[in-house]
Design a binder for this molecule. Sequence first.
Ligand code: ZN
Length: 160
Amino acid sequence: MGQNMGEEKIMLTVKEKNHQYYLKHCEQERVKARRYYWEHREQKLAYAKNHTQEHKAKVQVIRRLSDKKMKQEVLAHYSISNPPVCIHCGMTDMDVLTIDHTNGGGSKHRREIGKGGVSFHRWLKMQGYPKGYQTLCANCNLKKLVVKRERMREVFVEGN
Ligand SMILES: [Zn+2]
């Protein structure tokens, strides 16, 4: 029993010593870490900034690719082929191909559903590709509008 007490006492002393050693060195470590942080702060911040920018750039590339894929999918559905073409003149340049409302009022409808560009493509897909749309290039789209205006003017002049 007495022997055990002695062992415990020694154990406690060792524990205490370890604890004090820890406290002393812990403070040293903390100081070291703090110094390291301040010495390398700019470097670390620069790295973090770079890393964030890189990450953002990567996310943007992925988003742009998936937006492009979505656009191609929707345009192809309202075209006569995949890759999509303008159903009037056969233009294949994806950058100038658009979804046209066959009965007009496309921009009004877009305003109503509050979606333009990519969101509009997504909306069409989510609606299960509703009828009344076609793939046109920007030129044919504009031409359609011009012809429509001319016809309206004729009707107006004739009616007058
Ligand atoms: Zn065209």
